[in-house]
Design a protein around this ligand. Sequence first.
Ligand SMILES: NC(=O)c1ccc[n+]([C@@H]2O[C@H](COP(=O)([O-])OP(=O)(O)OC[C@H]3O[C@@H](n4cnc5c(N)ncnc54)[C@H](OP(=O)(O)O)[C@@H]3O)[C@@H](O)[C@H]2O)c1
Length: 230
Amino acid sequence: MAAEARTALVTGATRGIGRALAGQLSAAGFRVFATGRNQELLRDLKNETGCEGEAFDLASPDQVFALYRNAVEALERIDVLVNNAGMNNRKAPVADTTLEEFDYQYAVNLRAPYILCREAMRDMGARQEGHIVNVLSTCAKARIPTMGVYSAMKCALDGLTGSLIKEAREYNVKVTAVYPGGTDTDFRKATRPEYMCAESAAAMIVHAISAPADVVVHELTYRPMCETNF
Ligand SMILES: NC(=O)c1ccc[n+]([C@@H]2O[C@H](COP(=O)([O-])OP(=O)(O)OC[C@H]3O[C@@H](n4cnc5c(N)ncnc54)[C@H](OP(=O)(O)O)[C@@H]3O)[C@@H](O)[C@H]2O)c1
């Protein structure tokens, strides 16, 4: 009998790293539930890859809970959760940032992945299997001027992920902290051809997800060549 397909919930799958990741997981045989805010891009993704998907705004906790419920309903169970969605309003020195920018980044970059980690950990823990992947950034390791608020959220998610790695052990749940470096996506206005392409950044995450059953990649740091002086 053929093995049952593994399932994955991928956030931030309308563009960039998440879009590439949803396509690659789908090509590898995963049943994928993809999300982002742009319904049209999710439809394109479904047409191209077969990924199921639905639009939700991660800034709203109610929508994050609804996303999790609908993903579980569509996939029956979530084997792999990838908290990939993330954003930075703009580059600015801390002194020039606003409370609104801080609150929005907190909601999208920290609260939403926290909720999804919590819900997934409860379900995966009960089943004694599963894999949670949190996409952080090399910003969580370097202190970069003009990226203070974004780095604060990634560092906080890094802390949460570090604790989760240890808590998840007794439940046989794998947890991976991913630290990509510069990737040429819509994340910023300027194109950066010297950075990694989204497909390459996603391929590294697929690699971590595809590790043998007796291996957990708990930290994965990778960069484009131009950033090796970090
Ligand atoms: N690009 C880089 O250099 C780089 C480096 C290190 C780490 N990262 C991290 O890698 C992850 C992916 O980044 P990327 O470069 O692929 O960015 P991207 O191309 O800008 O894509 C961001 C994704 O997040 C989704 N998203 C943003 N705000 C959302 C919200 N409020 N609700 C739901 N979805 C939302 C977007 O979907 P919609 O627009 O459809 O909502 C989009 O699919 C992020 O966590 C980022 O912090 C990026």
